[in-house]
Design a protein around this ligand. Sequence first.
Ligand SMILES: O=C(O)CCC(=O)C(=O)O
Ligand SMILES: [Fe+2]
Length: 199
Amino acid sequence: MSSFLLVDAILDQLAEQGYAIVDGLLSDTLLQNLHDDLHEQGLRPARIGQDRLRMAEVRGDKIDWLDGNTPPQQEFLGLTQSWQEAFNRSFYLGLNAAEFHYAYYPEGGGYQKHWDNFQGTNARVLTFITYLNRFWQPGDGGELVIYTEDDSAVRALVAPTWGTSVLFFSDRFPHQVMPAVKPRASVTGWFRRNDPLVF
Ligand SMILES: O=C(O)CCC(=O)C(=O)O
Ligand SMILES: [Fe+2]
């Protein structure tokens, strides 16, 4: 499927179920270049919440924010701009910013169940993840578990395989990363609505 049709598929799935799972949104070349770029960056242990505590038992990944300082980051961020416009056109979301980071979970790393907004904020509107694990097999763990909005059951289970992309409305779905048997890499980020009146 062409990437234009995939964006349409994402819009349809988001409208119908609040989340979308697609394969092939990014070209194989871009996936490879992002993968190589991730491994060249000096990733740092991720921090939790506004107090920026580091708690490896809650969240085991290392991250590096994309600032567009390499060609694959520039290409990726350009694509996210066009998607942001499509999301705004379809859903009137008023998205006006986006942020993305590489994430790398070492062997055994996971991320306990959480929502993606810090308490008392709702700037993160849409969560986006693309996985960069070429040889992921059943049994390697690291699945993304998306729970129902009332947090009563599992809604979807996503294996973090090469080129799989996931989007969901950040405020609606609690989710979790199961411990990975092998190191697990991704690009993760958020389309945001930053309130211009709040400083
Ligand atoms: O990598 C994933 O599948 C999800 C990551 C996540 O939930 C997060 O970074 O907030
Ligand atoms: Fe999350």
